[in-house]
Design a binder for this molecule. Structure first.
Ligand code: ADP
Length: 267
C-alpha cells in the first residue's frame, strides 16, 4: 500500500527471499538425512544374511565339510541366506527407483482376472506346502477390464498374497482368499487371510520400509520388510491407496481399487 516506504518494501522482498531460501535448505537437509538413514538401514539389512553365510562357509572350511550331514545342512542354509540377499537387493532397487521417481509406469488396459490367476499359479506351491488353501472369488461373466501398469500391479498382488501366506501360521485350516468386486466404475481387489493379524499400533507403520511387526520372525520367513512399502508406492503411482483392516488372532484384509473399464469404452 501507499503507506509502505520504499525501504520497508525492499526489506519485505529480502525477507521473503530469505524464507524461500531457508525452505530450500531445510528440504536439502531433510533429503541428506533421508539418504543417510536409507544407507544405514540398507547396510544393517545386508549384514545379516552376509554374516550368516560367512559363518556357514567358514565353519565348513574349518573341517565341518568332512561330515556329510553337516555339510548338506550348512550349504542349504548358506543358499537360503543368499536367496534372501538376492530378494533384498531386487526389492531395494525397485524401492529406490520408485522413491526417486526414476521408474516409468507403462499404463495400458488389461484383464485383472487373468493377472490374479497368474499370481495364484505362481504361489500355489508355496501355499500347498504350508497347508493353506488359496481361493479366488469373482463374479462369472464380468470381464474385470482395468487400466494400469500390468507388471507393477502383478507385483502388488504378489506381495500381498505372499504376506497372506507367509504370516498365516494356522496349523490346519489356513485360508487365503483373493476377491474381485466390480462397482460402477472401479474394481476392488482384496486379499484376505485368517492368519495371525496385525496389532493396531503396528498398522500405521507396516508400509514403512524395513518395518516388521516381529523382527526375527519375518526375517526367518524370508521377508525383507520392503514388500508393503513397494505396494504403497506402486498404488500411489495409480492414484490408488491400500487399506487394511486386521484383528490379532483372526486375520487381515488388504484392499485397493483400480478403474473398471466397460467393454464398450475399451480402446
Ligand atoms: P516383509 O518382507 O517382512 O513381509 P512387508 O513390508 O511385506 O515386509 O510387511 C511388513 C510387516 O507387516 C511384516 O513383517 C509383517 O510383520 C506384517 N504383515 C504384512 N502382511 C501381513 C499379514 N497378511 N498378516 C500378518 N502380518 C502381516
Amino acid at each position: 500500500s501507499a503507506s509502505i516506504s520504499p525501504l520497508r518494501k525492499i526489506n519485505k522482498v529480502i525477507n521473503s527471499y530469505a524464507i524461500a531460501q531457508q525452505k530450500e535448505i531445510d528440504a536439502l537437509q531433510k533429503n541428506a538425512e533421508y539418504r543417510r538413514e536409507f544407507v544405514a538401514d540398507i547396510s544393517h539389512e545386508l549384514k545379516t544374511p552376509i554374516f550368516a553365510t560367512q559363518g556357514y562357509i567358514h565353519t565348513l572350511l574349518d573341517g565341518a565339510i568332512d561330515d556329510k550331514q553337516v555339510r548338506m545342512k550348512f550349504l542349504k542354509r548358506a543358499a537360503k541366506n543368499l536367496d534372501s540377499l538376492d530378494k533384498l537387493v531386487m526389492d531395494l532397487l525397485t524401492l529406490n527407483q520408485i522413491e526417486s521417481g526414476d521408474i516409468d509406469f507403462h499404463f495400458s488396459e488389461f484383464r485383472l482376472k487373468a493377472l490374479v490367476l497368474e499370481v495364484i499359479d505362481q504361489l500355489e506351491h508355496k501355499a500347498t506346502k504350508k497347508g493353506i488353501s488359496l481361493k479366488f472369488k469373482f463374479e462369472e461373466g464380468v470381464d474385470y477390464l482395468t487400466y494400469g501398469d500390468e507388471d507393477k500391479i502383478y507385483r502388488v498382488i504378489q506381495n500381498l498374497l505372499f504376506n497372506a501366506i507367509n504370516y498365516n501360521n494356522k496349523k490346519v485350516g489356513g485360508e487365503v482368499e483373493v476377491e474381485l468386486k466390480a462397482g460402477k466404475s472401479s474394481i476392488q481387489v482384496s486379499v484376505k487371510d485368517n492368519g495371525k493379524g496385525i496389532p493396531a499400533e503396528d498398522i500405521k507403520h507396516i508400509f514403512e520400509r524395513f518395518y516388521r511387526v516381529e523382527k526375527s520372525r519375518s526375517k526367518e520367513k524370508g521377508g525383507t520388510g520392503l514388500g508393503l512399502a513397494i505396494v504403497k508406492h506402486i498404488l500411489e503411482g495409480h492414484k490408488s491407496k491400500i487399506s487394511v483392516s486386521s484383528t490379532v488372532g483372526k486375520g487381515s484384509v488388504f484392499s485397493f481399487s483400480l478403474p473398471l473399464i466397460k467393454e464398450d469404452e475399451a480402446e
